[in-house]
Design a binder for this molecule. Structure first.
Ligand code: UDP
Length: 344
């Protein structure tokens, strides 16, 4: 436990942000959410209050609005910031690259300026394993894996943001910053009160599965079963969102303890690869629901197989994933059923 330090969580009403707010409170921090709800449900705040049994402080602000954000920093005087607020849909980023560059870069620039101006102690940035692109000949990637051009404007924004952070740190060597490179976040809080809430048709596999199972979508298409993997379907590292949330708390706590400046990029995954076929089988076995799916062609830009080397997260953050794939699949399903029942 710690002394109730205040952590500003941009995008704190979103999928990963909301789970991180719960984890911060469980670990004795005081989170303050900054979110303009452009991609989140207002009901998330009530649900967070129900889970944590406390009032959640919120600022409805666009993170790109530097004046409004300055007012928030002035009022809150946060000890740390976790910066989630960003656009994240890969396909949409191909359609609207300018919106992605504008929003994702500008919000980071605002956060970094205010981090410096208000002498914030630590910053955790939401990055992604997408920065690794296609890991040629190597599917277990560690942080030294070369960062090349990403497959999408979304991925490119993460690469550029990490670069901006490096340049900023170079100019401010006392700054303490960690970029967490997430693999594939899945699942929901055990209460089934918060979870992933895709706006429109989901792009990611697990929400597609649960929405098909509940009848919102007709059929899941498996994008290719002719890859050079054990069953021909793509392999990813699916990390339970509550484990991912805990990793942010560990990152903040690690930065707080460091007396000198820090800049690190750390993989956050389970260290285990799981195929699309295995996910479907786990879902069917654990929920007893048979899924309507078909095998289709490969999706453009898909990486065949990738999973995290987790040595660095274990070493420097003293964090590793605790929850199983079964937990991920069952919690995602409970959340989907709860959405249907309560209409969040
Ligand atoms: N996938 C699929 N059907 C879908 C959505 C995803 O077969 O409707 C596959 C996709 O080809 C990939 C895996 O599921 O192999 C994970 O895809 P997702 O978009 O969730 O994550 P990412 O590709 O960004 O790692």
């Amino acid at each position: 436990m710690n002394s109730g330090k205040k952590i500003l969580v941009t995008g704190g009403a979103g999928y990963i942000g909301s789970h991180t707010v719960v984890s911060l409170i469980e670990n004795g921090y005081t989170p303050v959410i900054v979110d303009d709800f452009r991609n989140a449900q207002s009901s998330v705040i009530e649900q967070l209050e129900a889970i944590t049994n406390q009032k959640i402080k919120l600022h409805r602000v666009d993170c790109c609005d530097s004046q409004a954000m300055n007012t928030v920093f002035e009022a809150e005087k946060p000890n740390g910031v976790i910066h989630f607020a960003a656009y994240k849909a890969v396909n949409e980023s191909v359609e609207k690259p300018l919106e992605y560059y504008k929003n994702n870069l500008q919000s980071l620039l605002v956060v970094l300026e205010l981090y410096q101006k208000h002498k914030v102690q630590s910053l955790v940035f939401s990055s992604s394993c997408t920065v690794y692109g296609e890991p040629k000949g190597k599917i277990e990637v560690d942080e030294s894996f070369p960062i090349e051009k990403a497959f999408s404007p979304y991925g490119q924004t993460k690469i550029i943001c990490e670069q901006i952070i490096q340049d900023f740190h170079h100019s401010q060597p006392d700054s303490k910053i960690i970029s967490l490179r997430y693999f594939n976040p899945v699942g929901a809080h055990a209460s089934a009160l918060i979870g992933e809430y895709p706006i429109g048709k989901p792009n990611n596999l697990l929400p597609y599965i649960t929405q098909t199972a509940i009848g919102k979508l007709k059929q899941l298409t498996v994008f290719g079963n002719d890859y050079a993997t054990s069953d021909g379907t793509c392999v990813r590292d699916y990390i339970h969102v509550c484990d991912l949330a805990d990793a942010h708390v560990q990152a903040i706590s690690f930065l707080e303890k460091e007396t000198n400046g820090v800049l690190e990029a750390v993989n956050i995954g389970t260290g285990k690869g799981t195929s699309v076929q295995e996910i479907i089988e786990t879902f069917e076995t654990e929920t007893g629901v048979s899924l309507n799916y078909t095998i289709g062609p490969r999706r453009a830009g898909d990486v065949e197989a990738i999973y995290a080397n987790t040595s660095k997260s274990e070493k420097i953050l003293q964090w590793k994933a605790k929850r199983s794939l079964k937990d991920s699949v069952c919690s995602a399903w409970n959340w989907e059923k709860n959405i249907k029942k309560n209409g969040y």
